[in-house]
Design a protein around this ligand. Structure first.
Ligand SMILES: O=P(O)(O)OC[C@H](O)CO
Length: 474
C-alpha cells in the first residue's frame, strides 16, 4: 500500500511518501507567496494554496490514501455553493485584531475564554480573525444574506473544495478558540463573543477516518487523516506517553508535550492545552503547547537585511556567547507567545556597541531563539517533568552553534532529528491508522550534551524580554 502525506505549511506545500525502507521523502514542494498588506497583517492566496496542493498530489503518482496537515490557526471565508474563497487566508501570524483582543481583555472576557477554550485572548487564534472577516468583508456579508457563508481554518476549505466534505478535525478546531475543549464542540458563547456565526463553521470530526476522496491525475484518493502540522510532528516523533515532548523549529518554534487523557490547564504558566490527536472511535489524547512565533522567520529577516548571505555561514561562532558578552536579541518580531502572551511586544537588541558587526548580531539572533525556546521548555517542565532529552527538528535544528547553545541554556541533552521530515512522517502515520497499518517512526536522532562548567547569564535575557513587552506600550 502506498501512502502520502501532504504538508500545507506557512511557507510551502510539500508532498511526502515513504521509501521502501520507511523513510519519508519529499516528492514535490512548492513555496507560496506571503502578503503583508499592512503592518501586522499576513495573508496567503487561497487559490494559490489549492493549486499547489493539486500540483503536489498529481506529482506523487498513484497512491492508496493520503493524510493532510495544515498550518493551524490560519483561516478564511468561502462560499458553500461555488466553493470560491471570499477572503484571503488570514495567517496565524496576522495581528490585525490585537486592538479587539485588548478591548475584550479590558472588558474582562479573558476568564470566560480561558474556562471554555482553555486559551488566552490572543490574535494568534482563529476566533478574532474570523470575527474580523465577518465584520469587514462585503463579500462575506453578501454570502450571509444569501445563506451560503462558510467559515473555517484552511483544512476545512481544502477538504470542502477537494472532497466535498465540510469538516475540520478536532486538533485544528482546538486552535480556533471557538471550541469548548472539554466537550469538543463549538461553543455558542465563544462564537457570540467573537461575532462568528456558529452555523457557518464545519463539523468537528476525529483526526483519522473518512474525509472523502480527491480526484487526481491518477484516480480518486481517499483522505484518511487531517491534522495540525505541529500535532503531526508530535506523532511523527513517536511521542505517545505523558511527558514526551518535541520542538519544531520552523517559521516559528512550537513545543508540544503529550499529557494523555488529561487536559492540563496551567494558564499561570502561559501554556496551552490542546488536542494532540483523536483516532477514529477512540478518546482524544491531549498535549500542552507553547509557541515562539519567530524562529527561522527571524533568521530569514536577518538574511533579507543582508546580515548574512548563506545559511552555511551561520553554523559556527566563537565562544563566549553574545549573551555572555552583553548582546541580547529578543525575537519578538510578531509579538511574544508562550509564556508571555504579549501581542504588542516587538523585537529588540540590547547591548549594541560600536565594535558589533553582522556576525555578532546573527549570533545573538540564534541565541535569542534558543533562549525563547528555553523559556517554553522550563514552563512545560514545571507543569509535567519532561521525559529525558529534548527532541527537536526543523531547519535550525541542524545548526551546530544553535543546538549546543540550546543544550547549554536548557541544561538538557538535545536530540536533533537526523531526518527532517517528521511532520510528513506523522501525517503519513496518522493516515495509515484507518488503513489498519501501524507505522512506527524510523527516524534517527543525534545527541548534543550541555557543556559542563558553563553558567549563562539568562537573567540578562529576561530583562530584555521585559523591555520588549513594554517598549511599544510606553
Ligand atoms: O506551518 P508551520 O510549520 O510554520 O507551523 C505553523 C503552526 O502550526 C502555527 O501555529
Amino acid at each position: 500500500m502506498r501512502l502520502a502525506g501532504l504538508d500545507q505549511g506557512t511557507t510551502s506545500t510539500r508532498i511526502l511518501s515513504l521509501s521502501p525502507d520507511g523513510v519519508p521523502q519529499v516528492v514535490h514542494a512548492i513555496q507560496h507567496q506571503q502578503f503583508y498588506p499592512h503592518e501586522g497583517w499576513v495573508e496567503h492566496d487561497p487559490e494559490e494554496l489549492i493549486a499547489n496542493i493539486r500540483a503536489c498530489i498529481n506529482a506523487v503518482g498513484p497512491i492508496d490514501a493520503i493524510g493532510i496537515d495544515n498550518q493551524g490557526e490560519s483561516c478564511l471565508a468561502w462560499d458553500a455553493v461555488t466553493k470560491e474563497a471570499l477572503t484571503p487566508v488570514l495567517v496565524w501570524q496576522d495581528n490585525r485584531t490585537s486592538w479587539q483582543i485588548a478591548a475584550l481583555k479590558a472588558d474582562g472576557h479573558e476568564a470566560e475564554v480561558m474556562a471554555r477554550a482553555k486559551l488566552p485572548l490572543d490574535p494568534y487564534f482563529s476566533a478574532s480573525k474570523l470575527g474580523w472577516i465577518v465584520r469587514n468583508s462585503s463579500a462575506v456579508q453578501e454570502a450571509i444574506r444569501r445563506g451560503t457563508l462558510r467559515l473555517g481554518t484552511t483544512d476545512a476549505f481544502f477538504l470542502d473544495r477537494l472532497t466535498g466534505r465540510f469538516v475540520t478535525d478536532v486538533t485544528t478546531a482546538s486552535r480556533t478558540s471557538l471550541m469548548n475543549l472539554e466537550r469538543l464542540e463549538w461553543d455558542e458563547t465563544l462564537c457570540d463573543l467573537f461575532g462568528v456565526p456558529m452555523e457557518c463553521l464545519p463539523q468537528i470530526v476525529p483526526t483519522t477516518g473518512d474525509f472523502g476522496a480527491i480526484e487526481t491525475a491518477h484516480g480518486r484518493v481517499p483522505v484518511a487523516a487531517s491534522v495540525v502540522d505541529q500535532q503531526a510532528a508530535l506523532y511523527g516523533f513517536g511521542c505517545r506517553t505523558t511527558g514526551d515532548a518535541k520542538i519544531t523549529f520552523g517559521t516559528g518554534a512550537f513545543a508540544l508535550m503529550v499529557t494523555g487523557a488529561e487536559i492540563v490547564n496551567k494558564p499561570e504558566m502561559g501554556l496551552l492545552p490542546t488536542v494532540a490527536w483523536q483516532l477514529d472511535g477512540e478518546k482524544p489524547v491531549f498535549a500542552l503547547d507553547g509557541g515562539v512565533y519567530t524562529a527561522s522567520a527571524a533568521l530569514n529577516w536577518a538574511k533579507s537585511l543582508g546580515l548574512f548571505e548563506d545559511f552555511g555561514q551561520i553554523n559556527d561562532f566563537a565562544r563566549p556567547s553574545a549573551l555572555e558578552k552583553g548582546l541580547v536579541f529578543v525575537p519578538a518580531l510578531a509579538g511574544l507567545g508562550c509564556p508571555h502572551w504579549s501581542p504588542d511586544a516587538r523585537g529588540i537588541w540590547l547591548g549594541l556597541s560600536i565594535d558589533h558587526g553582522p556576525a555578532q548580531m546573527v549570533q545573538s539572533i540564534l541565541e535569542g531563539v534558543a533562549l525563547r525556546a528555553s523559556e517554553v521548555v522550563s514552563a512545560m517542565n514545571t507543569c509535567i517533568p519532561l521525559s529525558g532529552a529534548l527532541a527537536i527538528d526543523g531547519g535550525i535544528s541542524q545548526n551546530p552553534y544553535f543546538t549546543q547553545f540550546l543544550a547549554d541554556v536548557t541544561k538538557r541533552e538535545i536530540r536533533p532529528a537526523a531526518m527532517p521530515e517528521l511532520t510528513g512522517l506523522g501525517t503519513i502515520g496518522l493516515a495509515a491508522v484507518p488503513m489498519g497499518i501501524d507505522l512506527q517512526p524510523t527516524s534517527q536522532f543525534g545527541s548534543i550534551q550541555p557543556e559542563t562548567g558553563i553558567s549563562l547569564p539568562v537573567e540578562r535575557f529576561h530583562r530584555a524580554v521585559a523591555a520588549s513587552k513594554d517598549f511599544v506600550k510606553t
